[in-house]
Design a protein around this ligand. Sequence first.
Ligand code: ATP
Ligand code: MN
Length: 482
Amino acid sequence: MEQIRRTKITDLLKTTETGQIVNVKGWVRTKRGNKQVNFVALNDGTCIHNLQIVVDVPNFDESQLKRITTGAAVSINGEVCASTGSGQAVEVLAKEIEVMGDCDVDKYPLQPKKHSLEFLREIAHLRFRTNTFGAIARVRHAMIFAVHQFFTQKGFLNIHTPIITASDAEGAGEMFKVTTLDLDNLPRTEEGDINFKEDFFGKATNLTVSGQLEGELAALAMGEIYTFGPTFRAENSNTSRHLAEFWMIEPEMAFYDLNDNMDLAEEFLKFLIKYALDNCLDDLKFLSNRLQEEEKGKKAEDKTMELIEKLEFVLSNDFIRLPYTEAIDILKNSKPNKKGKFKYPIDGFGSDLQSEHERYLVEKHFKKPVILTDYPKDIKAFYMKQNEDGKTVRAMDVLFPQIGEIIGGSQREENYDKLYNRMTEMEIPAEEMWWYLDTRRFGSVVHSGFGLGFERLMLFVTGMGNIRDVIPFPRTPKTAEF
Ligand code: ATP
Ligand code: MN
């Protein structure tokens, strides 16, 4: 076969020029036709659309054409022609065909029909080859790029924080242990405890639940930083919004108070959503249709807003900003609470908000994204700035429709004594956190930050309902296949 430089399908579909000879490579989605002519739909992952390959059957070996099946990898040299069919401007009239990789089509799990998302999770090694997961993979990449672009434009530094950590201040009980000790023959201290002095790092270590604490160290010298790394939580909650391994973006800024922090969070989310609309429209349109198809049977009031409309809606509205105490009043007096419709009834100050409450506020009451601030200190982390009232802290959670909490953040306690006392109250070993406390002794300043769960953002942008479908290889309780 003649060697011609490969053209990507996304680029080819943008041309209107015809007559040139090109090479395309990809995987066959479908083949149909008759004894005279075959039409092969070819996809190479570069866009949602397939390229139509027209094959004049008499020009090729029958045995070779037989090998062009769904799932096979092929390389095709052919002429770009104006397409007579609907959908796209150009197609390729095949001159030479090479089957690069045959597909055992009887055993191939991906048949050209609709498969359930649950089934596709079981074949996550192949699900990239479906329209839905191809679209999600491209949107995911665009969002990763947009995160870095946003912060780079603003002069933030990307800091890599450790994945293995000896501090468990934040993750009490939710951390994965990291060890090289022989689990069948654990070294013991005289008291009979496991002797971690003999472990790889000479102490007990875990996978990180957040890069924030180290992020703060960097912010208190570099000004504005962000982390974007994997985080691990051994929470045994099998929900559609929790993963055991997920990616988190954590900006941390010196000289920002809670209002500055909220401004940044809102600007950031809007930037990402706008970036998706500007750069991923084909994929978003596909995902929108998929969603509408899925919701066809539902009652009008149970249907979600059309995806692109929903994204534009968030862009064009200011987020509501509201203290927790006022949210509690709204929830307490709400219909679902009075009628006992909430699984977790709200009885007043101190109640932790569940996603049913968060979604009620956003979807039913305000019909806009909401930032709740000033939560009770007892349901929030030790490092949050304490308010004068002695009861609340300067926390902020950003709540989104369909998702609930998408961002959690706060102004940080910069006062050494207040921070130290709070740690003691919450039984956090201050001696082990000496390095964190040091920042409050050496030039401490007002500072703030937040964490955006990257897969929660992906849920919102793609309209997918389950977090297992917006990360290529999900890690959840009892599943770590692939
Ligand atoms: P939630 O109440 O939803 O469990 P959280 O309060 O534990 O969230 P934070 O510790 O504030 O969450 O983490 C910051 C962000 O990380 C959250 O706003 C969310 O977007 C995301 N996040 C938290 N836990 C998970 C998880 N298990 N899987 C995916 N994303 C998560
Ligand atoms: Mn949680």
